[in-house]
Design a protein around this ligand. Structure first.
Ligand code: NAD
Length: 246
């Protein structure tokens, strides 16, 4: 089940955190993976580690997902090495806390460009070369459903991902390309690092009484990237230990 042998998967923002967990999981299931992030050195290091450990083909490509030329370069390098793209995981994202009244236009643009415009740029470029059966999975957030103080721009970007997911699912249905999203709750990653006290406060409100791990998100992405999800499209899969059902 969920065999990805021979598939080619691009994971954006995958040098660490959730993206790294997804890349490792897809490679474990047999996919050849493209590690993509803002540092070529980090991408190369993880690509090497995964190919040695899991015996799949890998590629590291520096790509700032908010820049169209770099996204096009990512797709071209992938096609040059693997001749196809079966799976795109739009994972790259930032979540800087800024109070609404102190938020600058530059703060807003940065978050929207990296978190939302990137999903448009990457999905458009990948869809042009994807064949029937291909999968696009974007990493949204529970912040797309509930508000978080200090994250107005972030909440908007993730709500945008949910809306885009539904629109793209319809538009790409005739090409039999599935488009879904995963909405994580609180996941223990370098980007979400906080004090023990803050972590314990978060855990206290999660029914499952623990932080999520990158592997929890990788499990959901693995399913949505597989042939077993062929009839699932336009879905936002919440993975939050029950946080938002309260
Ligand atoms: N950690 C959580 O609690 C949580 C919850 C909900 C959603 N998410 C989402 O999951 C995704 C991954 O988050 P994470 O917690 O692993 O964060 P992280 O900071 O640990 O990892 C994010 C990765 O994205 C990369 N990145 C940042 N800007 C980029 C750019 N312009 N182009 C390409 N790559 C870029 C970073 O270098 C980093 O490697 C994000 O979209 C985030 O919004 C995280």
């Amino acid at each position: 089940m969920f065999d990805l042998k021979g598939k080619v998967a691009i994971i954006t923002g995958s040098r660490r955190g959730i993206g790294k967990g997804i890349a490792e999981r897809l490679a474990y299931a047999g996919a050849n993976v493209v590690i993509s992030d803002i540092s070529q050195e980090d991408c190369d290091a993880l690509a090497k580690e995964i190919s040695e450990k899991l015996h799949v083909s890998t590629l590291g490509v520096k790509c700032d997902v908010s820049k169209k030329e770099e996204v096009n370069n990512l797709m071209q390098k992938t096609i040059k090495k693997f001749s196809k793209i079966d799976i795109l995981v739009n994972n790259a994202g930032i979540f800087p806390f800024v109070e609404l009244e102190k938020m600058t236009e530059a703060d807003w643009d940065k978050v929207l460009n990296i978190n939302l415009k990137s999903v448009f740029l990457c999905s458009q470029a990948a869809a042009k070369v994807m064949k029937p059966g291909s999968k696009i999975v974007s990493i949204s957030s529970i912040a797309s459903f509930v508000g978080f103080s200090g994250l107005t721009h972030y909440c908007a970007s993730k709500g945008g991902i949910n809306s885009m997911t539904r629109a793209m699912a319809l538009e790409l249905a005739p090409k039999k390309i599935n488009v879904n999203a995963v909405a994580p709750g609180a996941i223990d990653t370098p980007g979400a690092a906080s004090t023990e006290e803050a972590k314990n406060q978060t855990i206290a409100v999660i029914p499952w009484k623990r932080m999520g791990q990158p592997s929890d998100i990788a499990n959901a992405v693995h399913y949505l990237a597989s042939d077993e999800a062929d009839y699932v499209t336009g879905h936002i899969l919440v993975v939050d230990g029950g946080w938002t059902v309260q």
